[in-house]
Design a protein around this ligand. Structure first.
Ligand code: ADP
Ligand code: MG
Length: 683
């Protein structure tokens, strides 16, 4: 008897040739085959009378063939089969290209179902190469039809027939890894029903039931795996840090920390004295002051005689952190260092030596901090800033530079709680939910391109008052040579502003293709108020801090995700001045307008993140991660929030009753498989 590990070539009706085709999709076993889920579905259940065919909507027609099909040879490689089909309401001319066999398969006087897009007018309706089958077969017409992801050489027909054979071969042997009491408690259908109907749904409701069941189990197994990982982590023991008098640090600050900042620091410090490695996410909206939380933790770590590292995603940001923190911490006896990709080789060697010998206490840098041969004397704390920009693998690579160092992850993208649970399920979370005093919300407007003169006049007014402006220039489409296009867009737009709009003001520009030193020079000049207007791409998106900047103008705002716009907006409103964000877009798409409207209505990063997740799905949050989420093929964490919560509750419940999963070995095995395959994704 077959099982899920059986090679597809041994399945009745598939054989070696199809197996070879399926292999191209990575389908080797019966289990792979039935888990190749449709990408989408086409509802071909409604039969439309010929007279009511709407030219824009593909539809099913049931029609009788009125005359024998004709075959004509147009030219080499081009044969046409034509038939006329009729129903009670009208006549349809159907043409097939290069499907000569249909001449003998379509019979005069018999009724077929045709599925396709109709053309022509009321008097003369035509369909070209529709799907056709005898009425009653219901394989590709008259039902909800699965549409599978394909690759060259494998057609929908092959795939859908193979899956049909696969499901038939599974009768009675599908193991159900979901404990039956969980299944019943959450009103989920049985596994056989789920697989049958995710592929070949009887009707909409059956599809919804199947989807719900499969999405639930994915989220359920995923959550169990995460919770067990988390438990495993807690058994690592490290020498606890000792309490440190933090007064000197607090007194050195130019301001007192907000209550929320203090709470985050306290939470992190108590992690570090616990004897278990800290694994904490510090989430705070842009401008909430995460840097000082990081600084406090680094201070605490160094005063415990250990090294701390802070990794930022960009050169600009790393340098800015260094420029801000070194003058604060050096007088307190903390030797700081900076290491980035553009640090000259000689300096790099010196810094590496100082790190290895322990002469540097606190190193700030970019990915350069995780290069292979870089060694640390006694790394005790690893901080990653703007975590969503780093893959989990990078975070792990930095942690591997020490022996179970404490880790603090800082994220400025307020991640909806549900998503955070999945993304950072193995982390404790601190939230900075308070902005430093005196901040006014950034007034935000969405305007069409015709407002340019007014926008420019407004920039001029603010600059006259002593403020500075950011302008994010129009985006270019990623061409073959995306880099030079980006460069060109920025430089030309800056030149336009300088020569035609603001000849008397100081306009500078920065883009991703500039050398780090050039970038830094431009940023430093802007921070020192030597320039008034900074034109840029999204390189300024992350973390850059110039409190005197009071207006952010974003061209082609429709091209950005909400979270990205929120990050951009976060570059202003960081000082005591009323600040503005102007989103320019000529896009009339209703959804786009709705997104931009969200920006004008709220400055609450969490709300914006929820909206973004709802409108765009989780892709945005995973942006630069190398890996997707393991095993989530049916579940959509953008939409299945309620289901996720249900599955999480069920998982917690089960683990409380049976932490070792002894009562449900099938569940244990499934979770183990899932996490064995993805060990590098979730460490
Ligand atoms: P984030 O990284 O969370 O976006 P930053 O750490 O860059 O925010 O802080 C934003 C700005 O607020 C900086 O100019 C910083 O000096 C200032 N700041 C931070 N904490 C406070 C505070 N408690 N009171 C006043 N200003 C603060
Ligand atoms: Mg920051």
């Amino acid at each position: 008897m077959a099982d899920l590990k059986t090679s597809v070539q041994f399945i009745h009706g598939i054989g070696p040739q199809r197996a070879k085709a399926l292999e191209k999709l990575g389908i080797a076993t019966l289990g792979d085959l039935i888990s190749w889920f449709p990408r989408r579905y086409e509802d071909r259940t409604q039969i439309v009378p010929i007279a009511q065919l709407d030219p824009d909507t593909p539809a099913c027609v049931a029609a009788m063939i009125a005359a024998p099909p004709t075959l004509s040879h147009i030219r080499k490689g081009m044969d046409l089969v034509k038939v006329r089909a009729v129903d009670d309401t009208g006549m349809l001319e159907v043409t097939f290209f290069n499907q000569t066999w249909l001449k003998n398969q379509l019979h005069e006087g018999e009724t077929y179902l045709f599925y396709g897009r109709a053309e022509g007018n009321l008097l003369r309706r035509r369909m070209t190469s529709p799907v056709v089958e005898p009425i009653g077969r219901r394989e590709f017409t008259g039902r909800i039809v699965p549409i599978y992801p394909l690759t060259a050489g494998v057609s929908q027909l092959i795939l859908s027939r193979s899956i049909r054979q696969g499901l038939d071969a599974c009768t009675g042997i599908l193991p159900d890894a979901l404990p039956d009491e969980v299944r019943q408690a959450h009103h989920l259908c049985r596994i056989n029903y789920a697989y049958e109907n995710i592929h070949f749904p009887e009707h909409e409701e059956a599809l919804a039931l199947a989807r719900r069941r499969l999405a639930f189990e994915e989220l359920f197994f995923f959550t169990i795996g995460l919770q067990r990982l988390r438990r495993r982590r807690e058994v690592v023991h490290v020498a606890p840090f000792s309490p440190v008098d933090m007064d000197a640090f607090y007194q050195a600050l130019p301001f007192s920390l907000t209550g929320a900042q203090r709470r985050c620091v306290d939470e992190a410090l108590s992690d570090m004295v616990s004897g278990v490695p800290m694994n904490r996410l510090c989430q705070g909206d842009v401008g909430s002051g995460k840097t000082m939380v990081a600084a406090a933790c680094a201070y605490f770590c160094v005063k415990n005689g250990r090294q701390a590292a802070l990794m930022a995603p960009t050169e600009i940001l790393a340098r800015q952190h260094y420029a801000g923190l070194a003058p604060l911490l050096e007088p307190l006896g903390i030797r700081c260092g900076l290491l980035t990709g553009s640090t000259p080789a000689r300096e790099k060697r010196a810094t590496a030596a100082a790190l290895a010998s322990g002469e540097i206490d606190f190193i700030i840098g970019t990915h350069a901090l995780i290069t292979g041969d870089l060694g640390y004397a006694n790394l005790g704390l690893v901080i990653t800033d703007e975590q969503h920009r780093f893959g989990v693998a990078q975070r792990a690579a930095l942690a591997a530079k020490g022996s179970h160092p404490h880790t603090l992850v800082m994220s400025a993208t307020p991640i909806p709680r549900t998503l955070a649970l999945i993304l950072y399920g193995d982390l404790d979370v601190s939230i900075i939910d308070e902005l430093p005093p005196g901040r006014q919300p950034v007034a935000t407007y969405a305007v069409p391109g015709s407002y340019h003169p007014r926008v420019y006049a407004f920039i001029r007014k603010l600059v006259d008052q002593g403020r500075q402006a950011y302008v994010v220039c129009p985006m270019v489409d990623e061409g073959e040579d995306g880099g030079s296009d980006e460069r060109k867009a920025v430089t030309e737009y800056a030149r336009h502003l300088q020569t035609e709009i603001f000849p008397d003001l100081r306009v500078a520009f920065v883009h991703g293709k500039m050398k780090p030193r050039e970038k830094d020079a431009v940023m430093a000049a802007f921070a020192a108020r030597e320039t008034d207007i900074l034109v840029s791409t999204t390189v300024i998106e992350v973390g850059v801090d110039v409190p005197n900047a009071a207006v952010m103008v974003v061209e082609n705002a429709e091209r950005f995700g909400l979270s990205q716009l929120h990050q951009l907006r976060g570059r202003v409103g960081r000082g005591k001045h009323q600040s503005y964000c102007i989103l320019i877009s000529d896009n009339r798409n209703e959804e786009t307008r709705q997104r931009l409207r969200v920006m004008t209505k709220t400055t609450d990063g969490f709300r914006i993140a929820e909206e973004d997740l709802r409108l765009r799905g989780p892709g945005d949050f995973f942006g630069q991660r190398q890996h997707g989420l393991p095993g989530l093929r049916v579940a959509d964490i953008g939409c299945d929030t309620a289901l996720l919560q249900e599955a999480q509750a069920a998982a917690r419940d089960l683990l409380e009753r049976d932490p070792e999963l002894t009562t449900c070995p099938a569940t244990a095995q499934r979770v183990a498989e899932l996490f064995a395959q993805n060990a590098d994704t979730l460490n």
